[in-house]
Design a binder for this molecule. Structure first.
Ligand code: ADP
Ligand code: MG
Length: 697
């Protein structure tokens, strides 16, 4: 599709420079090729026409057929709007336009029959449709079959570019340049999988005549996306495994043995032992390790990390642990230096707020090799941080780190260090396959003994009093309590206000207890001070935002109240909940919501109340929200190029794409055979744009 990629979209009839700029900015559509790959997000069956009387709140986009009764211009200045009454004989509806009022009132006549297409909403007990598409029943776009609904932005709509506009452009493009669509797959793959040819698939996806052909087209296009993603990653990871040598940690020496025999605070769980064995095996193989360690909150990943770092030290290299926040880095530092100093390991903490003097000492010791383990935030990957011989890197709660940051770590030594990525967000296997390429995966699927599952309940605003009573009971027993507020970046001021009000009302309710208060906008020192008040037990209640989401460890805290729980994602709620249930006592998590919540919201929260298994929660989250929202997928850069495939639901196609990549590369690692020429050509474009996953992950 070479030529389609090289034509700027502004040259398409009806677009021009200013719209082209807008399309690029809003949708990333730059070329003819991009426009053809801007697929409808869903379809509306043109044969179905709804009645106004039958509308209900769950409907996305619908078609209605009827007449305008009147047009009235209301309001003034910026608030001017055109309101039309529309009826189809069953009931009336208001149709509202905020822009292009003059053109619209001239274009549409009362009495004529029109087909409206839009999203109905109920407002003041009247059905409303804002800026619908309006068609004569006879017009060409009111065709048979399905009609695609294209993803758009508010800005585009404001400029009068609707789904139908895009449809029109695509049709023009297909009519004039459709023959330039080149097949991207080899005949071997296409035939064996009975795939629809690419040009037909693209035509069909934009203008399907029936459901069967639409499904075939979707399958073809999804496969294509996932296949080239896999082919690219697999090709590089094969190369890397052949070429890139890693440290060979052949021995287990006195650091590890000493610690294991004399200092282990508790016997390892079976899962911890197994995972350490897997990591040891990797590190001894001579190939650079890239391993993902998954383990639910509280499963004991830190101890595993420490034991692996000790093995690294036994092989005369330095180790480093990177955490996403200062609080978490400090906590790791406490835990790890506390344990490791007993066997003579020198551990230091480096964050953005490390003082110059300490920092100089760290630099010096890093370079003369006397500093064994460096713990810190992303400050540790700054270029000026130089190790004498960095051999092992642990990245905790990896989803906060992007691919690029990982790549920087990778370059910190001539021989690339082994990398262990730890995460409490479980990722289904097929997703990991795509997001992390050839990252090997270890799983801690067992919690340390004696843990009681956190008892989780949902409570509504009108039950707040009784919630406060239970908090009071826990406090009386000497336990501590977290109260968590959502922070949503779009309106920080408002959020901060609700947080502050929450803080004040808690202080009022529990006057005899000390309340600490922390949020992300605080100076690190103030934050640390407040956190330490709570960690030491001096403060009984901690009112906080999600800054406490990861890693914070206060076993005496047995209750967590999450305000506006409906505003959090499931995985995030699960992370938060992981802050309680860390001691021997029964713990509680209360999900507070307002009185009225949507059915899906309730179902989502009920997953939290029905299980404490992080894998189940993550799977449900993935199904409900899609992987684009899954922390890690966006940053990983994978979601960037997927137009149609869905990492959450297309697991089988991912597997198929993976198997085919392997099969092809087994036979022809450099894709030099003539039959693979189309694959090579297509990859050339992809490699151009994509990050080189094979080296990074
Ligand atoms: P996470 O996997 O969430 O990072 P941590 O490493 O913070 O979990 O461990 C959670 C708690 O469990 C810590 O207090 C830790 O000391 C404790 N722990 C870890 N391993 C074991 C074990 N094998 N037996 C008992 N307690 C353990
Ligand atoms: Mg942890």
């Amino acid at each position: 599709m070479n030529s389609l990629r090289s034509f700027n979209i502004m040259y398409l009839k009806g677009i021009g420079p200013s719209r082209a700029e807008l399309l690029d900015k809003e949708l990333g559509i730059k070329t003819f090729y991009d426009l053809l790959h801007h697929f409808p997000s869903h379809y509306v069956d043109r044969s179905v026409i709804y009645k106004v009387r039958d509308l209900n709140g769950d409907m996305p986009y619908v078609q209605l057929k009827g007449r305008f009764v009147s047009f009235n211009e209301l309001g003034e200045g910026a608030r001017t709007r055109l309101v039309a009454l529309f009826t189809d004989g069953t009931a009336t509806m208001e149709v509202v336009w905020f822009r292009r009022i003059k053109q619209i009132s001239e274009a549409y006549k009362t009495g004529n029959e029109y087909i409206l297409f839009g999203k109905p909403t109920l407002f003041n007990n009247t059905w409303n449709m804002v800026h619908p598409e309006v068609d004569l029943p006879t017009s060409a776009t009111a065709a048979q079959g399905f009609r695609g609904v294209y993803p758009l932005t508010e800005k585009l709509r404001n400029k009068g570019i609707g789904s139908r506009t895009i449809f029109g452009w695509v049709q023009t493009l297909l009519a004039t340049r459709g023959s330039d669509i080149r097949e991207t797959l080899s005949a071997e793959v296409a035939e064996e999988l009975r795939l629809m040819p690419l040009d037909q698939a693209i035509r069909t996806i934009h203008n399907p005549q029936d459901n069967a052909s639409l499904q075939k087209a979707r399958f073809r296009l999804k496969f294509e996306e996932l296949f080239f993603l896999q082919l690219n990653m697999r090709r590089y990871s094969r190369k890397r495994n052949g070429v890139v040598q890693g440290f060979r940690f052949a021995r287990v020496g006195s650091y590890f043995n000493n610690f294991y025999s004399n200092c282990l605070p508790f016997p390892l769980t079976g899962a911890q032992k197994r995972v350490i064995k897997e990591i040891r095996h990797d590190m001894g193989s001579g190939r650079q390790m890239n391993r993902l360690l998954q383990g639910d909150v509280g499963s004991g990943k830190t101890l595993v990390a420490l034991l692996c770092m000790l093995i690294a030290l036994d092989n005369n290299v330095q180790a480093c642990l990177m955490a996403p926040t200062e609080i978490l880095a400090a906590q790791h530092y406490e835990t790890i230096s506390g344990m490791a100093s007993a066997v003579g390991v020198n551990v230091k903490l480096l964050t953005g707020s490390t003082r110059k003097k300490e920092r100089d000492l760290i630099d010096e010791q890093l370079q003369d090799g006397s500093l064994h383990i460096l713990i810190g935030t992303h400050a540790v990957i700054e270029d000026k941080v130089k190790f004498r011989n960095l051999g092992f890197v642990v990245i905790d709660e990896q989803h906060r780190f992007g691919v690029v940051q990982r790549a920087r770590l990778w370059q910190k030594n001539v021989v690339p260090p082994h990398i262990l990525v730890m995460t409490a967000t479980p990722i289904p296997r097929t997703l990991a396959m795509t997001v992390y390429g050839d990252l090997d995966v270890s799983v801690i699927d067992e919690l340390p003994p004696g843990r009681k599952p956190v008892h989780t309940v949902m409570r509504f605003e009108n039950q707040r009093f009784s919630v406060y009573q239970s908090i009071g009971r826990q406090l009386k027993q000497g336990r501590q309590v977290y109260i968590v507020y959502p922070l949503i970046s779009e309106n920080e001021k408002l959020d901060l206000k609700s947080l502050e009000e929450g803080y004040e009302s808690i202080c009022e309710h529990f006057p005899s207890y000390k309340v600490a208060f922390v949020h992300g906008k605080m100076k690190p020192r103030e934050k640390d001070y407040q956190m330490s008040l709570f960690a030491s037990g001096e403060a009984h209640i901690l009112v906080a935002t999600t800054v406490i989401e990861v890693g914070v460890n206060v076993p005496n805290a047995t209750t967590m109240v999450i305000e506006n729980a409906e505003r959090f994602g499931l995985s995030q709620l699960h992370q938060l909940r992981g802050r309680v249930g860390r001691g021997a006592d029964q713990s509680y998590c209360v999900l507070m919501t307002k009185q009225k919540i949507a059915r899906e919201t309730r179902q989502r929260l009920e997953i939290m109340t029905s299980t404490t298994d992080g894998f189940l929660v993550a799977e449900a989250d993935l199904k409900m929200r899609g992987p684009g929202d899954l922390e890690g997928t966006m940053q990983s850069g994978i979601a960037f190029d997927l137009h149609i495939a869905n990492l959450a639901t297309d697991g089988q196609i991912i597997q198929l794409a993976h198997d085919w990549s392997e099969r092809i590369l087994d036979e022809d690692p450099d894709l030099l055979l003539p039959k693979n020429q189309p694959l090579r050509n297509t990859l050339a474009f992809i490699v151009d744009r994509a990050i080189d996953f094979g080296r990074i992950s």
